[in-house]
Design a protein around this ligand. Sequence first.
Ligand SMILES: *[C@@H]1O[C@H](CO)[C@@H](O)[C@H](O)[C@H]1NC(C)=O
Ligand SMILES: *[C@@H]1O[C@H](CO)[C@@H](O)[C@H](O)[C@H]1NC(C)=O
Ligand SMILES: *[C@@H]1O[C@H](CO)[C@@H](O)[C@H](O)[C@H]1NC(C)=O
Ligand SMILES: *[C@@H]1O[C@H](CO)[C@@H](O)[C@H](O)[C@H]1NC(C)=O
Ligand SMILES: *[C@@H]1O[C@H](CO)[C@@H](O)[C@H](O)[C@H]1NC(C)=O
Ligand SMILES: *[C@@H]1O[C@H](CO)[C@@H](O)[C@H](O)[C@H]1NC(C)=O
Ligand SMILES: *[C@@H]1O[C@H](CO)[C@@H](O)[C@H](O)[C@H]1NC(C)=O
Ligand SMILES: *[C@@H]1O[C@H](CO)[C@@H](O)[C@H](O)[C@H]1NC(C)=O
Ligand SMILES: *[C@@H]1O[C@H](CO)[C@@H](O)[C@H](O)[C@H]1NC(C)=O
Ligand SMILES: *[C@@H]1O[C@H](CO)[C@@H](O)[C@H](O)[C@H]1NC(C)=O
Ligand SMILES: *[C@@H]1O[C@H](CO)[C@@H](O)[C@H](O)[C@H]1NC(C)=O
Ligand SMILES: *[C@@H]1O[C@H](CO)[C@@H](O)[C@H](O)[C@H]1NC(C)=O
Length: 758
Amino acid sequence: MSVGETGSWHAALIVFLTLIAGIVIAVTGDSLETDKQVLLNLKSFLKDRNPVYHGQYIKWNQSFSPCEWAGILCNTNGTRVTGINLSYENISGELFNNFSALTELSYLDFSNNTINGEIPGDLSRCKNLKHLNLSHNIILGELNLSGLPNLEVLDLSINRISGDIQSSFPSICGKLIVANISANNFTGRIDTCFQKCSNLQYLDLSSNNFSGEIWVGFDRLREFSASENVLVGTVSPPMFTPNCNLQVLDLSENGFFGTFPAEISNCRNLLILNLWGNNFTGLIPADIGSISGLRDLFLGNNGFYREIPETLLNCTNLEFLDLSRNNFRGEIQPIFGKFLHVKFIVLHANSYTGGINSSGILRLPKISRLDLSYNNFSGPLPLEISQMQSLKFLILAYNQFTGNIPPEFGNLQGLQALDLSVNRLTGSIPSSFGNLRSLLWLMLADNLLSGEIPAEIGNCGSLLWLNLANNQFSGKIPHQITNIGKNATPTFELNKQNVGVIAGTGECLAMKRWIPADYPPFSFMYTLLTRKSCRSIWDRMLKGTGLSPMCVVGSTVRTYRISGYLQLSGNRFSGELPSQIGTMQDFTMLHLGVNAFNGKLPPGIGRMPLEVLNLTKNEFSGQIPIEFGDIECLRNLDLSYNNFSGAFPTSLNNLTQLSRFNISYNPYITGIIPWTGQLATFEKESYLGDPLLRLPSFIENSTDGFPGKKDPNDKPKRLKKMYAVMIFLALTLFFLVCGIVFLGREECRRRFKGTTLN
Ligand SMILES: *[C@@H]1O[C@H](CO)[C@@H](O)[C@H](O)[C@H]1NC(C)=O
Ligand SMILES: *[C@@H]1O[C@H](CO)[C@@H](O)[C@H](O)[C@H]1NC(C)=O
Ligand SMILES: *[C@@H]1O[C@H](CO)[C@@H](O)[C@H](O)[C@H]1NC(C)=O
Ligand SMILES: *[C@@H]1O[C@H](CO)[C@@H](O)[C@H](O)[C@H]1NC(C)=O
Ligand SMILES: *[C@@H]1O[C@H](CO)[C@@H](O)[C@H](O)[C@H]1NC(C)=O
Ligand SMILES: *[C@@H]1O[C@H](CO)[C@@H](O)[C@H](O)[C@H]1NC(C)=O
Ligand SMILES: *[C@@H]1O[C@H](CO)[C@@H](O)[C@H](O)[C@H]1NC(C)=O
Ligand SMILES: *[C@@H]1O[C@H](CO)[C@@H](O)[C@H](O)[C@H]1NC(C)=O
Ligand SMILES: *[C@@H]1O[C@H](CO)[C@@H](O)[C@H](O)[C@H]1NC(C)=O
Ligand SMILES: *[C@@H]1O[C@H](CO)[C@@H](O)[C@H](O)[C@H]1NC(C)=O
Ligand SMILES: *[C@@H]1O[C@H](CO)[C@@H](O)[C@H](O)[C@H]1NC(C)=O
Ligand SMILES: *[C@@H]1O[C@H](CO)[C@@H](O)[C@H](O)[C@H]1NC(C)=O
């Protein structure tokens, strides 16, 4: 062999070895090139399942290194893909099942999408995964992540995962620091599975169905939440060791009972203690007073003894104090008047009686939210309230207050919500309320208030939610009322500057009352409001962030905006509606039913972005404006019991969203209801007492059913039912005749056979 030959042999060998190495690398998936291929597979996987909305992944392509693709993270020298972040990308369909082919993957975030199906077994083979976030999806099935020993951060919150967690915990515990599996459908016990999680700092198990007793070792965590489960048993003194590291402890809404141990004072760093909604009894532990940094204390909905230990006054950082639903009776305990630093006091649903003054609670200098609703307070509304200059939310609903609303309440410049509903208040709305420029909610429903609405109300530029229903108000409504809510921006801006949740944390489901559950779009918001979501939803409303897509008249695109309501039903208002009403562009609900309004409807209503318009039981007359056909988002229209006349506006057939419609008892309306389209989907009950209105005969002759939208599939079903009844009747008749006339005859049986077989 010559030197030349040897050289080329060497070269060939090198080429061969390189090839082998290349193949080996390719087969084991150990190069950027294979990573790229897997990601391109991922892209087409996602594309197949998301034909309409594409996220950033749609731009991934061959001509660049994957390290430059949006949502992809690589190691520092750019040789391997180490992370995928496709959070909030409108992704639906099941989870990709080949992540394990990315052998260096350590970060995976697919949160805030609508991913469904189960977590594929493949994910549990991503051995290097440190950070896994699949929160805010609709993932189902049981959990098994036992192949992920390197996990440090796990977030599976807000999904639908079920079963117990024993197959994942403790096997993934070794390096775990953060674990959030809240708001799923997990079941089973938790008392043994976290003992080996020695690095764990944050554990959120809330809003599941975990049962059994609590895990004893939780006090070494920084944050532990087990809220909203079905845990039981006692919380015993040894659970709080001298090494307690807790900053947040949330055991709310479980079935714990017994006294709460004084040893909680071992947790010197505690900021938030939430025991709301258990069965704790006995004294509130006096030792809580030694936790000087305690900020939020929620003891509501338990059976705590009425005496509140003086030592709590030592908690000088205490801002939020919730003792709602504790069956406290008699006068308010005077100690409440001494919490000089407290900003939020929530005492609703106790059985307090008498006045409020003696407690000194009305002189607290920093109080921002005072909730005394659902008690038995009586007598006049205390004038002292008007001196509480830090007050933002005053909630005195469901008591027995009497007398007038003091005009001095108009001095509460910072007030954002005033709820005096369901009391026995008399007199009128003070004109000084026009000074309440920050007022967002004014809830005065179900009192005995009377008189006219003061024109000054038009100065309430933030007032988006006004409910005066079921009082004795009368007179014409001032045209200035159409100016309410037109300038809420300064209030929202002010609230946005506030970093925290501005109404404070803690029990906030009480605000559910302010959302009219029966009416869209509020009904949707109502269903969103859970204990878990409530704080952030309330916060978003206070900061002016829309919660549901709102209609814009003249456009098919819906945008996220705040939507207000005006509820004046069940009063004695009369006169015409102000013609400027069409300028109320932030209001989606107008309920003026059960009053004595009269005159023609202003066509401007057709320019409002309404979803609900209820004018039932008034004396409106004249033609129904054809402009109503332009209120594209209208879902609920009630014009019943009025004196409308003239031609029925067939433009209403254009309201394709309409699901509840009632025009009954307007005897002078004439016209023809079209055979097809939206109007034909309603039952006869929507058109009762309109003798001059010609209905399609299938509505006219309908006997069953209820008013409201019916399923388009209903009609055939009903017909089938009718046929079934007819056949049954025919057969019965046949038998009767057969039985009587041809008693016992062979003929009869044969005929019957023939009938049923055909
Ligand atoms: C996963 O990806 C690798 C590399 O692209 C490929 O060889 C393998 O067939 C894929 N497996 C599945 C189940 O799709
Ligand atoms: C690849 O992506 C880049 C940037 O997103 C784009 O400019 C380019 O046209 C794409 N190339 C192909 C072949 O799609
Ligand atoms: C790239 O960095 C990784 C660690 O991040 C290291 O293991 C690997 O050897 C480096 N590769 C090159 C070619 O430098
Ligand atoms: C992942 O993407 C989301 C949304 O784009 C972003 O907020 C987050 O910071 C990203 N995470 C990382 C680690 O890049
Ligand atoms: C998600 O879909 C919405 C429409 O529903 C669209 O407005 C938005 O831009 C999409 N987001 C992303 C990240 O593609
Ligand atoms: C996901 O959505 C939740 C709630 O809407 C929000 O708090 C969170 O910041 C979102 N995360 C990302 C990465 O967009
Ligand atoms: C949770 O699981 C229970 C049965 O264990 C089931 O009845 C319920 O529908 C599930 N809830 C959800 C939201 O999946
Ligand atoms: C609290 O205890 C009472 C009686 O002791 C019991 O009727 C009730 O169901 C318990 N409540 C909870 C939430 O466990
Ligand atoms: C707490 O307050 C009580 C009186 O209410 C007082 O005697 C005690 O010294 C205070 N303890 C601390 C640690 O400040
Ligand atoms: C209109 O209001 C009345 C009185 O509150 C109510 O009974 C009726 O159901 C409402 N109509 C619709 C269609 O919601
Ligand atoms: C219904 O709407 C269409 C356009 O959406 C319009 O052309 C038509 O005139 C409307 N019908 C009535 C009766 O207003
Ligand atoms: C409806 O009833 C009327 C008489 O009440 C009858 O003339 C008409 O034929 C019926 N129509 C249908 C479709 O049954």
